[in-house]
Ligand binder design. Structure first.
Ligand code: FAD
Length: 455
């Protein structure tokens, strides 16, 4: 019999339990399929940077499948209808799929189950493909999810992990099946100029380089903005060109303090996924209500988007986002805190802008990190405010990150680069760099008044 392997965001051959089950380890005939579903764009999830990365992943996956005697069958349309059609055309008995837990993914799974069942086949889902630990696999007493990270991490660390599966050596795929062309790669003028290239081959090369060269330094280096030494695996994890399970396995094998710190970040990813799985509305609605009223100021929002707030570290982060479709985690925290807490603008505006550019843009990680920073999410200290000047002095002490991304300030050194508004006015005028949008003291007082917290 034939089985269908429906790829979604598990675009890899190494450690892919869905493909492994569908092909019975390479012994059974399998049809690898990807459906470009317009519903993804209609739900607001498509962004040019991610479409380009997806295109690279699909092209690479097709190539790797061809090397193994198979190929990727591409279809365009509703996933449920296209897969049901394939079941009909191939006489497939099973359709295999990675379980995924966003509201969108669950609705898609329900439609698939009905359509596939109607066509006479069975839908088989695999947990712990998108994340290392499945949402709901560990829960605290009396609740369906963890709302605090540290106890989650304790339980998460104890969940037994499967050994990563090898890529299949060969696959049997029926020959005569129509396939659509690869979904189109957006033209370069719609992409961030320094966008990373996608695909499992790139991802595995990146993984080997980084694990060999930087994993052990991760604990000391991951917050240093100028050194840029984090893994940059986030887009690969989002599209599944790397497996979270394999990364956890490799980190545990390395067992250094750096590896443990890295594993902890992977647990953050699973943590946010299990919150969203239990509270799908948290993609849009406050996870915890803080009775906040957000300000509405289109000019300030636009200055933030363009990296022209007058605060060098905020502007550096926002310009890195435009240039690369990616931003360092510390800069994400500082720019997000600046939007919601210093300017008092709605986290949803910031999350929307991030999602329009981030190549790793992910509903669980983006929305719930935004809520964490805004104080409407799972942060146990929801009223802390990151001071962009103090953060720059601590995490970019020489100003190298700011110099890289804000050319107007390239000739300044520390400490002048932290507070360019303190420079003599003639020099300031020469720089052509904006004055601060707001004074930090006044903004902090406004924030505290709104939240009803004492200074
Ligand atoms: P590393 O430091 O090398 O970490 C390894 C992996 O751990 C990452 O690839 C990522 O998968 C995971 N990870 C690390 N930090 C976090 C975290 N705080 N939350 C969840 N997972 C984490 N991450 C996304 O993948 N997609 C997003 O859309 C996203 N939006 C964010 C928005 C805001 C406001 C903030 C503060 C953070 C956001 N993050 C998001 C989390 C984090 O910034 C990125 O995962 C990280 O910067 C990616 O870089 P890296 O792969 O080099 O990370």
């Amino acid at each position: 019999t034939v089985r269908i392997c429906l790829f979604t965001r598990d675009l890899r051959l190494a450690d892919n339990p869905v493909l492994f089950a569908a092909s019975a380890g390479g012994r059974e005939a399998v049809v690898p399929v990807f459906v470009s579903d317009p519903a993804v764009a209609a739900a607001g999830f498509a962004a040019p940077n991610r479409l380009a990365f997806l295109h690279d992943c699909l092209a690479n996956l097709d190539g790797a499948l061809r090397e193994r005697g198979s190929r990727l069958v591409l279809r365009r349309g509703s996933a449920a209808e296209e897969v049901a059609r394939l079941v009909h055309d191939t006489g497939a008995s099973e359709v295999h799929l990675a379980a995924d837990h966003s509201a969108f993914a669950r609705a898609r799974e329900e439609r698939l189950r009905a359509a596939v069942g109607g066509a006479g086949a069975r839908l088989v889902t695999q947990e712990a493909v998108v994340t290392a630990v499945a949402p709901g696999a560990v829960t605290p007493t009396g609740s369906d999810h963890y709302a605090v990270f540290t106890p989650y991490l304790r339980r998460w660390s104890q969940v037994p992990q499967r050994r990563p599966l090898p890529p299949p050596r060969g696959l049997l795929t029926p020959a005569a099946l129509a396939s659509a062309p690869l979904p189109h790669r957006p033209p370069v003028d719609r992409l961030s100029p320094q966008l990373a290239k996608g695909g499992e081959s790139e991802a595995r090369a990146r993984m080997r380089r980084w694990l060999d060269g930087h994993l052990d330094d991760y604990e000391d280096e991951h917050d240093t903005l100028a050194n840029d030494l984090t893994s940059r695996f986030s887009p690969d994890l989002h599209f599944g060109s790397l497996s979270a399970t394999e990364l956890v396995h490799r980190a545990r094998t390395a067992a250094s303090p750096g590896a443990r710190a890295f594993e902890r970040q992977l647990a953050w990813r699973d943590f946010h996924h299990q919150v969203l799985a239990a509270r799908p509305d948290a993609a849009h609605a406050d996870y915890r209500s803080r009775h906040d009223r957000w300000r509405d100021d289109p000019a300030e929002l636009e200055a933030w988007r363009q990296g022209r707030t007058g605060y060098p570290l905020v502007d550096a982060g926002m310009r890195q986002l435009s240039a690369e479709g990616w931003m360092h985690n510390r800069a994400r925290m500082v720019t997000a805190s600046f939007l919601c807490k210093t300017l008092g603008l709605d986290w949803r505006e910031g999350a929307r802008h991030f999602l329009s550019l981030l190549v790793d843009g992910d509903v669980a990680n983006n929305q719930l990190n935004w809520q964490w920073v805004a104080g409407t999410g799972t942060d146990t200290r929801p009223n802390r405010v990151l001071n962009p000047v103090a953060q720059a002095k601590r995490y970019d002490p020489d100003g190298a990150y700011v110099r890289r991304w804000v050319p107007e300030l390239a000739r300044l050194s520390a400490p002048a680069i932290f507070e360019p508004w303190r420079l003599p006015s003639a020099l300031r005028a020469e720089l052509g760099y904006p004055a601060p949008l707001v004074a930090l003291d006044a903004a902090l007082a406004r924030f505290r008044a709104r939240r009803g917290v004492a200074a």
